[in-house]
Design a protein around this ligand. Structure first.
Ligand SMILES: O=C(O)C1=C[C@@H](OP(=O)(O)O)[C@@H](O)[C@H](O)C1
Ligand SMILES: C=C(OP(=O)(O)O)C(=O)O
Length: 432
């Protein structure tokens, strides 16, 4: 365990304006696409979270020149066909997105690489990616027949596939599409439930032609990406913590500017609205490559809801903080169809239920989600983050409404996606 944080936030209220850091999914992809394209790609609003820094580190090892200045990143790439074969293992840290998308990219490259990550990555399933990539002809070897890291990838000439996704996962879809860049023929990915579409949008931004029609993405191999500029919006998954805080902490009013509201990511907005939250959405430019909005949330009287089916991929990373929200809503909230939570940085069903029960919440785990009876007054306690950034941040927000202090083991992990989380929290508390 690294840092233990003791949070005594009694009678806090949150007021003011913040700008949450850049979107993690889009930041990863900006470096990946900028490294594939030959020439100079510039990125603004980049997330300096540990996961995205792992992506940068991997591409530097392939000979891509990447400069970081504040949240501006410049990528000078010789182009994918001229990458160097790295002498070292590529280390993907805690990042599932880096590991899985790199598998797709490296499969169609002309170099040999070995990839590994931290202990959490070592437990996360990779066959969901290595199986379709092997169908494309990829040469991947890994622990338990390609299920776990470390993974070795011998870049080769891959071929297109027509693949129906067995799980709703943007990481699997993206890995296949990125391998498809170098494949002969048309790669087709069919989704039953639409997952985040940042890869499809960014392929278009880099000049590729992609067709997306009712859950089917088709994409002709052999297209060259053109270096460009990427503007990364604020991360709605980070904003989610303050959307919930604003709704449940008494006498609060929070404005968040420049938040990405791509419809494939904005499930939390739909849920807040259904639960009766006082939320104002002012869209900046609906036609931007990734649309953004200002979000204003005020303390709200909340009612329970059911969250299931095709909304789940649109809010998968927000479920821990939505569970806390539901403890403050009148009635029974049911979350189902969310078994994917079991294979994130930790088993998020068990982690959320165990930690919220410690605070007195009336919450139970189910096979594919959780049931929460509200509203309950929460008390303090000693919580664990399990090294999972989203559990750590959910616990810190709980401390704002608990009747006594909350101690959290290992809050360092929050830097994975939101390194300035406590700065933003303090800023909002100071204004109250
Ligand atoms: O593609 C992405 O950037 C991501 C996809 C999601 O994972 P899955 O593809 O496993 O659902 C999400 O949980 C993760 O935080 C980021
Ligand atoms: C699941 C997450 O990320 P990744 O899969 O990239 O580790 C997350 O950020 O909540």
């Amino acid at each position: 365990m690294s840092s233990t944080t003791n949070l005594d936030y009694k009678n806090a209220s949150l007021k003011g304006t913040i700008t949450v850091p850049g979107d993690k999914s889009i930041s990863h992809r900006s470096v990946m696409f900028g490294s594939i394209a030959q020439g100079k790609t510039t990125v603004s609003g980049f997330l300096l979270g540990e996961d995205c820094l792992s992506t940068i580190d991997c591409f530097r090892k392939l000979g891509v020149d990447i400069h970081v200045e504040g949240t501006n990143v410049t990528i000078l790439s010789p182009g994918m066909d001229n990458w160097e074969e790295p002498k070292e293992v590529l280390y993907t840290g805690n990042s599932g997105t880096t590991t899985r998308l790199m598998l797709g990219i490296l499969s169609g490259s002309n170099i040999h690489t070995v990839m590994t990550g931290d202990a959490s990555i070592g437990k996360r399933p990779m066959r969901r990616v290595t199986d379709p990539l092997r169908l494309m002809g990829a040469k991947i070897a890994g622990r338990e027949n390609g299920q776990f890291t470390p993974l070795a990838i011998k870049g080769t000439k891959v071929k297109a596939i027509d693949y129906t996704m067995p799980v709703a996962s943007a990481q699997v879809k993206s890995a296949i599409l990125l391998a498809g860049l170098r494949a002969e023929g048309t790669t087709i990915v069919r989704e039953k439930e639409v997952s985040r579409d940042h890869t499809e949008r960014m392929l278009q931004q880099f000049g590729a032609k992609v067709e997306v029609k009712s859950g089917v993405v088709s994409f002709e191999g052999g297209q060259l990406l053109q270096a460009t500029h990427v503007n990364v919006p604020g991360d709605i998954s980070s904003a989610a913590f303050f959307l919930v805080a604003g709704a449940i902490v008494p006498e609060s009013s929070i404005v968040m500017k420049n938040v990405g509201v791509n419809p494939t990511r904005a499930g939390i907005i739909e849920v807040l609205e259904k639960m009766g939250a006082d939320l104002l959405i002012e869209v900046d430019d609906a036609n931007a490559a990734e649309p953004t909005a200002s979000l204003t949330i005020q303390t709200s009287k909340l009612k329970a809801t059911t969250i299931e089916g095709d909304i789940i991929p649109r809010l998968i990373d927000e479920i821990p903080i939505i569970a806390l929200l539901a403890t403050q809503a009148e009635g029974t909230t049911i979350i189902r169809d969310a078994e994917e939570l079991k294979v994130k940085e930790t088993d998020r069903i068990t982690a959320v239920v165990t930690e919220l029960q410690k605070l007195g919440a009336n919450i139970e785990a189910t096979e594919d989600g959780m049931i929460i009876h509200g509203s309950t007054k929460l008390h303090g306690g000693n919580l664990q983050s399990y090294g999972d950034h989203r559990i750590g941040m959910m616990s810190a927000i709980a401390a704002l409404i608990s009747s006594s202090p909350i101690e959290i083991d290992d809050t360092d992990c929050i830097a994975v996606s939101y390194p300035t989380f406590f700065d933003d929290l303090k800023k909002l508390m100071k204004n109250s």
